[in-house]
Ligand binder design. Sequence first.
Ligand code: ADP
Ligand code: ZN
Ligand code: ZN
Length: 728
Amino acid sequence: MHLVRVALDVPLPTLFDYRLEHTRRELIGARVLVPFGRGQRAGIILEVGGQPEVPPERIKRVAHVFADEAPLAPDVLQLMRFASRYYQHPIGQVVMGALPQALRRAHASRDASGRVVLTAAALAADWSTLPARALARRRVLEHLRAHGPCTPALVRSLASTAPRALRDLMADGWVAFEEAVPPGLEERVAHAATPGPALTAEQAEALEAIGGTLGRFTAWLLLGVTGSGKTEVYLRLIERVLARGGQVLVLVPEINLTPQLEARLAARFPGASLAGLHSGVPEAERLRRWRAAESGRASVLVGTRLAVFTPLPRLALIVVDEEHDASLKQQEGLRYSARDLAVLRAKQRQVPVVLGSATPSLESYAKALAGRYRLTHLSGRVSSQLPSIRCVDTRAQRLREGLSPALIDALARGLAASEQSLVFVNRRGYAPALLCFACGWSAPCPRCSARLVLHLGAARLRCHYCGHEELVTRACPSCGNLDLTPAGQGTQRIEYALAQLFPAARILRIDRDTTRSRRAFEQMRQRVQDHEVDILVGTQMLAKGHDFPRLTLVGVINADGALYSTDFRAAEKLFAQLTQVAGRAGRRDAAGEVLIQTQFPGHPLYRAVQRQDYAAFAQLALTERREAGFPPYAHQVLLRAEAPQREVVERFLGRAAHAGGRLGFRVEVYDPVPAPVARVAGRERGHLLVQSTSRNELQRFLAAWIPQLSDREARRVRWALDVDPLDL
Ligand code: ADP
Ligand code: ZN
Ligand code: ZN
C-alpha cells in the first residue's frame, strides 16, 4: 500500500496514516488535506512508505495535495522534529503551530504570486510514453510548453480533470511550482549598502573574527556593553552575507524592538528585500512575508521567536539580539527557547550564529567560558562614556510618593537643561495593594492567591493574574475602617506624583496599560525620539534595547524586591534589567547618570551594576550556581499541574514524583510544591522539579516517565512539561 504519515494539529504525540496513489520521497514536507473525524484538516506529510499502524481497511485517502505550494524544507522539518522530541510536545502541533495561520487552514493558501513550470525532467522525457488516456496531463504539458510558466489557476482551468493532472505531474516531478521572482532581484541584492560609520577597533576586530567564520558553524557570544555598537557589527556582517547572495535571520525578543531594527536595516540596505515576521503583522501579509523568505526572495528576515522555524533556502547567518531575554522562551504550548533552537539551526546549516547581549544569560556565558561558544567583546561605548551609576540610600530619607530628594533634584536639573529623564518602576497600576492599617486586611483577588492592584482612572481594583476587576471599596470589609491606604508605587502613581512636582513637564507613561493597541508603542517611541517628552515613566518595556538619544537621567525605584526573592535566577534578572535600563542613559554626547533608590546600597549586586562589570558579576553568580548545583551546571525539567482542587494537584504530582523516583535514572526528583502564585483564576497550581547533570540522562528519563503520567487521575488535571524552565 502507498502510505504517507501526516502531522496534524492534534494534541497526540503521533503521526496519522493515509493512503496516496503516487507516493514519492519528494512529497515529504508537502501540505495536504486529509479527512479527520467528521471534517477535513490540513497537515504536512512527514513520512512516506512504511507499515500502517492500524488495519489497512481503516486507512483513509489523502483528499488533496496542495501541489502548488513548495514542500517544507528538510532542515525545517528536522528542526521541528527535534523541538517536538526535546520539549516533549506533540509533533503535529509543533509542525502546524510553526506555520503561518493561513497554512494551518484546510484550504489552499491563495498566494497567487507563483507559477507552474515544466521541470528539466519533463523536458528530457519522452511524452509519448504517457498513457493514452492521460489526456489532461498531456494538455497541461503542451500548454506549458507552448506558453511558458502559468498561474496554477490557469492550469487548473484547462480541463475539468486538470487539477488532478497537475497534482499527478507534480508528484511525478514533471512540473514544479516556482515562486515569482521580481525582475532584477539579483542586481538589487548586489547593490552596495549605504556607508556606515568607521568602525572602532573593537568593532573591526569582532567583525573580522565573526566574518571569518561565514560558511561554517560557529556559535559566537558578542558581549558588548550597552551602546557599544553591537548592532553596527550585525549590520556589517549582514552586508557581507548579502554581497554573497545569502539570507540572514535576525531574532529579537519582542515585537516592540522590530520597527527600530527594521528601519535601521532598510536605511542601510535600501536595495535589499527585508521582511519582518511577528504577531503584529496581519495574517495575509505574514503569509506573504513567510513565502518571500521561503522562496529566497527576502534577504533579511527580522522576527520574534516563531521566525526561527521559517524556511530559508540561502540561510548564511543567524543573529539573536538580546539573547538573555526571557521572551525568547515561549511560556505555553511548545515551551521552546528560540535562542537554543537558533544555535541548533545554525549547526544544521553550517552557518555562524551570533548571540548578542550586554548581559548574556549565564547559560551562554558559561558555554563561552568552556570554549563551546566563541567570545568576542565590545568593552566601551562608541560615542559616549558609560553612565555613572549611584545608589541612593532611602533608609534615612523622606520620600515623596516613593521619590527621593536626590532623584527629584536630578529630574529638576534635567528639565532645566531640557534633557530627557526616565523613571523606571517595574509595576503598572497606581498601587500594588490596597491596605487597611486598622486590621491588616488587603484587597484580595477572589479567584487567585494574589492581591488586587489599584488602578486609577477607572478607579478599580484589578488582578494582574486573571483579569478580575472590581470597584474600589470605600470601607474595609473586615473591620469597617473608612481609611484604606494604597500601598507601594506603580507607574500611575509615579506619573501622578511627577505631574504634581513638575507641572510644566511633559510626562509620558509607557507600560502595558498605555500600549494596548498595536501601534501605541511605536507612536510613543516616536514622540520620545522627537523630543516631545521630558520625563518618561515606564516598566521594563522601556529597558530593552531602545535607543533614546536625548535621555540622560535614569531613576530606578523599588528594585530591592528581587534581592530576597526565592527564585535562583532573580539576581541574574535584576542585574540584566538594571544594566539594560541604565544603558538607556547618555547614549550620545551627554554623559548619563543613573540613580538607584535602595535600602541596601552596599549590596554586592548593586556594586557590580555600578562598576558595569558583567564578567565579575557572572563569575560570582556562576560560582554560586555551581555550589548549589543549579543551571547551567544542571539541567531541569518542571512538571506543572493545575486543577480546581488542591488535593487533585497534590495527588497527581505526588504520584508522578513517586513513579519518577522508581525509574532508576541518574536524576534528582524533588518534592512537589505549590507554584509561587498557588491559585490563579480558581485553579490550584503546583509543580515538580526534576534535575540532572546530564541532559541526555534527563531526556531518557522523560521518555520513560511521561507514559506513566497519563493515568486516569491525570485527566482531572491540566499538566505540561517545561524543559529548561526559566520560571520556577
Ligand atoms: P548596541 O547595539 O551595542 O546598543 P548600537 O549599534 O545601537 O549599539 O550603537 C549605539 C549608537 O552608536 C548607535 O546610534 C550607532 O549608530 C552608533 N554607532 C555604532 N557604531 C559606531 C561607530 N563605529 N561610529 C560611530 N557611531 C557608531
Ligand atoms: Zn480593616
Ligand atoms: Zn485573579
